[in-house]
Ligand binder design. Structure first.
Ligand code: XIL
Length: 376
């Protein structure tokens, strides 16, 4: 379904505003810094590096835009591919304006695009429950995935087809699971593969890092689901490890050897691993920003130093690049609120786009990464 004339005009104007300053900003930032960019460091080991980012922030803030386009090879539009953005109403037309804008922006800046996501419990448009029934759920899912993937075929190379589908020891009871049973996962992957056989199809999961029982259960169940999918030839190509990390947990409950074993098990199944949403929650750290940044830098060092030892990890996407635009600072969830009322400092760059210790740790881990071969 074509975008409306009004949307085209609005998006065109936004894009023009963005594009107008891209060239000079990019040159300035490159000239000012002798240090290699994260993109250069990632490429040296055959990897990619990217960020999740919302177009409204990229277009409104030239400094952020310059940072993202300079440092990254990849972009995951933060919300532009979610149902709540794409599907304002149950029937056509789809609202492709924001996603079109993101893909065009990425292409104009040489960034490859990951799309996220087709099924997620937290991404339910207002009309869903009154429209989707056990009888039509499969065709609604099929129409959605096929329409979106066909439109962006060859332009979005990787998709989170199933997002956060597991919960501890079992399947998370998403609306899709209630409507179709766990076979919605088979359906989603099969439909996606039919729509774009060249696309990388990802199962994206959180809390897979720690040695506590919850995390270990999640790892086990995840492996079981992937094994089951593969044994039935369901087309899944990679595990997305979100890596929404927490400072204290990485310090006390992250065992590099155990985690590398987990990653190697994924590799032995013939799958790739994508770190899809890296950031570090600092809710338990004291107020002092210098101390906090140091601790968070150590978390990046410990985590990335571990996962980048494994060739199966083909790339790292952080969930934002500057603290200024982290979802943790939007009041999205109560668990992100610090008792002292200060903002989270979860990302490699601060509010003023200055590099923090986390950026140095990121660069250091990329520079020391074991090379990968044959990535998609
Ligand atoms: C988040 C976005 O960052 C927010 O802007 C939005 O309000 C909610 O979704 N796991 C995911 C991501 O897979 O899609 C989520 O992104 C963060 C948690």
């Amino acid at each position: 379904m074509p975008t409306t004339r009004r949307e085209l005009l609005r998006n065109g104007a936004l894009l023009a505003a963005g594009v107008g300053v891209l060239g000079p900003a990019r040159l300035l930032a490159t000239a000012a810094s002798a240090e290699p960019t994260l993109a250069e460091l990632a490429r040296a080991s055959g990897r990619y590096v990217g960020t999740g980012a919302a177009m409204e922030n990229l277009l409104a803030d030239a400094a952020y835009r310059a940072l993202v386009t300079n440092q990254c090879t990849h972009l995951t539009p933060e919300n532009e591919f979610k149902w709540t953005t794409l599907r304002p109403s149950p029937a056509q037309p789809f609202n492709f304006g924001p996603a079109d804008l993101a893909v065009t922006f990425a292409e104009q800046n040489g960034l490859r695009v990951r799309g996220s996501c087709f099924t997620w419990a937290n991404d339910t448009p207002w009309w869903f429950d009154s429209y989707v029934t056990p009888a039509n759920a499969l065709s609604v899912l099929e129409q959605h995935i096929t329409t979106v993937m066909t439109r962006y075929k060859g332009r979005v190379y990787s998709w989170d087809v199933v997002n956060e589908a597991t919960d501890g020891k079992g399947y998370y009871p998403t609306r899709w699971a209630k409507l179709l049973g766990p076979r919605y996962i088979d359906n989603a992957f099969t439909i996606a593969h039919r729509a774009d056989p060249a696309a990388q199809l990802v199962m994206n999961e959180y809390n897979l890092e720690y040695t506590n029982n919850y995390s270990r259960d999640r790892q086990r169940f995840c492996l079981k689901v992937l094994d089951d999918l593969l044994s039935r030839n369901i087309p899944v190509h990679a595990l997305g490890v979100e890596a929404h990390l927490e400072w204290a947990a990485v310090k006390d409950q992250f065992d590099p050897k155990q985690h590398r074993r987990f990653l190697r098990t994924i590799e032995s199944m013939g799958l790739k691993v994508v770190i899809t949403e890296l950031d570090v929650l600092d809710v338990n750290l004291p107020t002092d920003p210098v101390y906090r940044d140091k601790c968070i830098g150590e978390t990046y060092k410990r985590y990335l130093g571990t996962v980048l030892e494994e060739p199966v990890v083909e790339g790292v996407i952080s969930w934002g690049l500057s603290d200024k635009y982290s979802w943790m600072n939007t009041g999205a969830e109560a668990r992100f609120n610090r008792a002292d009322g200060t903002k989270q400092r979860p990302l490699p760059y601060d509010d003023a786009m200055a590099a923090k210790p986390a950026r140095a740790a990121f660069a250091h881990a990329l520079a020391g990464a074991k090379p990968v071969r044959g990535r998609r």
